[in-house]
Write a protein that binds this ligand. Structure first.
Ligand code: SAM
Length: 210
């Protein structure tokens, strides 16, 4: 089904009553893919983990469950999404296990090498500059730290047809792998195993030691 432009705009930057509804839907629609990324990262109890474009924050709650002695951060440019994620995780926020920042990938408000693991699910379509975003991720990831990126590629014809191209820019798999390489990552898994869906793609990468 083709998504109207006003819905796609809300997925990119949710606000107002419609944005609240989109946040509600999003927390269900993307859940399996968030779990796939979280599982692939093999979260340890003391890990520091960042979810970029965390949306309504369901993934943050799962990360807090898996890393109760670590630190979980979310970043999202939408104030509504930040508030929703804080509300969903309020007990963990109060306990300072979870923190949610209003920020985009272009300027993450975290120290260099702050995180062991980072995930980013269905967000790359909205970045203004893929290479700059990956460089910023490399900055906040520890050397050897792992990144899980989930996204639909330009090869997914159904997705390209369904989402307005003025809002969703689907990258090629090769383009993302090349940009990861340039940003100082080595790609661990470029192709899903036979049992995993081809789309959306799950790319795992490690930040190379400097
Ligand atoms: C399709 S939603 C996915 C949310 C969540 N990752 C999930 O899987 O449910 C895209 C999210 O990316 C956020 N976003 C948009 N542009 C962004 C950017 N430049 N950097 C980080 N997040 C961004 C949006 O506010 C929105 O919450």
């Amino acid at each position: 089904m083709r998504r109207p432009r006003f819905i796609a705009e809300q997925a990119r930057h949710a606000e107002g009553p419609l944005g609240r509804f989109i946040a509600f839907i999003m927390a269900r629609e993307t859940w399996a893919e968030n779990l796939r990324a979280i599982d692939a990262l093999s979260i340890e109890p003391t890990d520091h983990v960042l979810d970029i474009g965390c949306g309504p924050g369901r993934g943050l709650a799962e990360l807090a469950r898996r890393a109760p002695r670590g630190r979980i951060a979310g970043a999202d440019p939408s104030e509504l999404m930040v508030n929703t994620a804080v509300q969903r995780n309020r007990s963990h926020v109060r306990a300072r296990l979870v923190d949610v920042a209003q920020a985009g990938v272009d300027r993450l408000p975290f120290a260099d090498a702050a995180f062991d693991k980072i995930l980013c699910v269905h967000v790359v379509y909205f970045w203004s500059d893929l290479g700059a975003g990956l460089h910023e991720i490399a900055r906040v990831l520890k050397p050897g730290g792992r990144l899980a990126l989930v996204f639909r590629t330009a090869a997914d014809e159904a997705a390209v047809r369904a989402f307005p191209s003025a809002i969703y820019r689907f990258p090629s798999l090769e383009g993302v792998v090349a940009a990861l390489d340039t940003a100082g990552f080595s790609v661990d898994l470029a192709k899903p195993d036979a049992s995993a869906p081809v789309e959306p793609v799950l790319l795992l990468a490690s930040r190379c030691a400097v």
